[in-house]
Write a protein that binds this ligand. Structure first.
Ligand SMILES: [Zn+2]
Length: 293
């Protein structure tokens, strides 16, 4: 069987439309680990928290232990688990995986295939995402799993640059999980929902993955910021483009009223936005002129 078929096959035990995304999420996580660290193994107790977070945020609304996919993925020929003593996986129990220092890794056969064909990583990643998740979630999942498919896909054209998976986490904490424009701060089951770490200077244009270039925005304001409807002045006030039109009360309440409002600053422990990045956004993205406040 071809590799793409094999990774998409992983979900097929799902029945009656029930979402079975635990193993696909572990597989994406393992591909991200391979991309960053080569074929070094993953110690269960080190990956546990990160995996649990992935399952909580992108898995179905049922609690599942990360031990479950860590063990059960071994049945698909893509992933293997060994204990410190060299034994096979002790089973899907957190205690045993921890106490026996179980480590998982992609199988030797899959690693060889990934090394042989540089395009395979993105093919597998895209295939897993396509058969398991809505497109609107793909980027968020990759970020959370530390998997950078775009870098692989662009590698032919230019030097690949890795997006830093820590960027989102840093920006979220710096802004205390709150949209810096409107203050939106929703959570679902212990994860912030509808909030993004936006780049002020675009990543594709040498914008660094740093808090000085990152701002926490809700999904609507992130989209409008990237489209140039919203921007910022040098003294950290929100600009709303005069080209933006919205006549209904929702557009007025969620967009027009932001004009002139002060942009929230990050907590004192974090550096503020770099003026040069704000100026870049004002120049390259924002649709001037701004509306009067
Ligand atoms: Zn907002």
């Amino acid at each position: 069987m071809e590799w793409v078929e094999r990774v998409t096959h992983v979900r097929q035990w799902s029945r009656g439309g029930e979402r079975a995304s635990h193993k696909p999420l572990l597989l994406l996580y393992a591909l991200g680990h391979f991309q960053r660290n080569g074929d070094s193994s993953i110690l269960y107790s080190e990956a546990e928290e990160h995996l649990a977070g992935l399952l909580r945020e992108f898995g179905p609304p049922r609690t599942t232990s990360p031990a479950y996919p860590f063990h059960h993925l071994t049945s698909d020929g893509l992933w293997e688990v060994r204990t410190a003593a060299g034994g096979e996986s002790p089973g899907p129990r957190v205690g045993a995986l921890r106490s026996q220092a179980a480590r998982g890794r992609l199988t030797t056969e899959l690693v060889a295939a990934l090394r042989h064909d540089p395009h395979l990583l993105s093919q597998l990643g895209r295939a897993i995402l396509d058969v398991n998740f809505e497109p609107s979630l793909h980027e968020d999942i990759c970020t959370a799993a530390g998997l950078d498919l775009e870098a692989v896909e662009l590698a032919g054209a230019r030097f690949p640059r890795r997006r830093d998976p820590a960027f989102r986490a840093q920006v979220m904490v710096a802004y205390e999980y709150q949209c810096a424009f409107c203050g939106y701060d929703g959570w679902l089951n212990g994860s912030a929902v509808g909030l993004d770490a936006a780049h002020v200077r675009w990543w594709a244009f040498e914008g660094p993955d740093e808090v000085t270039n990152g701002i926490c925005l809700c999904a609507l304001h992130h989209k409008l910021f990237d489209k140039g409807v919203l921007g910022m002045t040098g003294d950290r006030r929100v600009n709303v483009s005069a080209h933006y039109v919205g006549r209904g009360p929702a557009a007025r309440d969620q967009v027009h009223t932001l004009a002139g409002r002060r942009v929230f600053s990050p907590q004192a422990a974090f550096p503020g936005l770099d003026d040069a990045h704000i100026a870049w956004h004002a120049r390259e993205v924002f649709r001037a002129p701004a509306r009067a406040a």
